[in-house]
Design a protein around this ligand. Structure first.
Ligand SMILES: [Zn+2]
Length: 287
């Protein structure tokens, strides 16, 4: 029934706007009409300004780009406060796919309770940063690039170290930001300049902030609430071209969170962490 109503709305809006909305993506709408697959609907631009409207989550999303294999990369947005907080899931997939699932659960939670996002905050969630990897069940993207080794840092290299395989030629990409997945996210970040960015990985059970602003302070807040261990330096091997370091060089606070296992989303622990961060920032913004 919902689909019928949506289809009618769509056809009405198209008929009203087809000549005035050159950016409309009728192809994705046609996919919906022909296959019924849930997709993203730019005809809801009417409701979401320049954003896309997702029937998957009933939320406004920004399509920041697409993967090598053509899958959409969408960032969802809840709230409209001045302090922008971005959470990223699924930068690594394969065995780390629980971070993508966790981000989806956190997103669903706040879409159901949007009032829990304080008025000071805009909450951005990118649940699926490596959609090809998620679809193909691989750790890296579809051409074998590790999306946490492809960022513009002084120590970027094309053959990053992997704890199981040693140096892997090409796993850092042909150059920093050579991959559409990293490039589109980097552009979004530089445009929005979030106050803080969290990215989920697995599995070390640790939280590590970079050296900018209140990253370390918020890493402590998150770690305490979620009961992970805060660390200050990744102790195991040199990580090159990493997201957190690139944010540091761009002057943006960023925190890596490692879940404890590959198996579970550890949703309750991480919801406590997210809520603790939101509360901490919201209280700080009132002082
Ligand atoms: Zn990872």
């Amino acid at each position: 029934m919902l689909r019928v109503i949506v289809t009618i709305i769509f056809l009405t809006i198209v008929s009203l706007n087809s000549s005035s909305s050159p950016g409309m993506k009728t192809s994705s709408a046609m996919l919906f009409l022909s296959s019924g697959a849930p997709r993203y609907y730019s005809f809801f631009n009417v409701l979401c300004d320049d954003k896309i409207y997702s029937l998957d989550f009933l939320a406004c999303a920004t399509r920041i780009g697409e993967s090598i294999q053509g899958r959409d990369i969408n960032i969802f947005e809840i709230g409209s406060g001045p302090v922008k907080i971005l959470f990223i899931g699924g930068l690594h997939t394969g065995r780390e796919d629980n971070t993508r699932l966790l981000a989806g659960e956190i997103l669903s939670y706040f879409l159901g309770k949007p009032n829990e996002v304080q008025s000071a905050i805009t909450l951005y969630i990118l649940p699926n940063a490596n959609p090809d990897g998620a679809a193909n069940k691989t750790h890296n993207n579809s051409r074998g690039v590790d999306l946490n080794r492809n960022w513009p840092t002084q120590n970027w290299r094309s053959d990053p170290y992997h704890p199981s395989y040693g140096r892997v030629d090409g796993a850092g990409g042909a150059s920093a930001l050579s991959e559409p997945e990293t490039k589109s996210l980097y552009n979004f970040i530089l445009e929005k300049r979030p106050s803080i960015i969290f990215s989920w990985h697995s599995r070390a059970g640790i939280v590590e902030g970079n050296d900018i602003g209140f990253a370390s302070e918020l890493a402590e807040v998150y770690a305490r609430a979620a009961q992970y261990t805060q660390i200050y330096e990744w102790p195991y091997y040199e990580v090159t071209g990493a997201f957190g370091n690139a944010m540091e060089e761009a002057g943006i606070p960023a925190v890596d969170i490692e879940l404890s296992t590959y198996k579970n989303t550890e949703f309750k622990k991480n919801l406590k962490g997210v809520n603790a961060v939101l509360n901490h920032i919201s209280q700080g913004s009132r002082q």
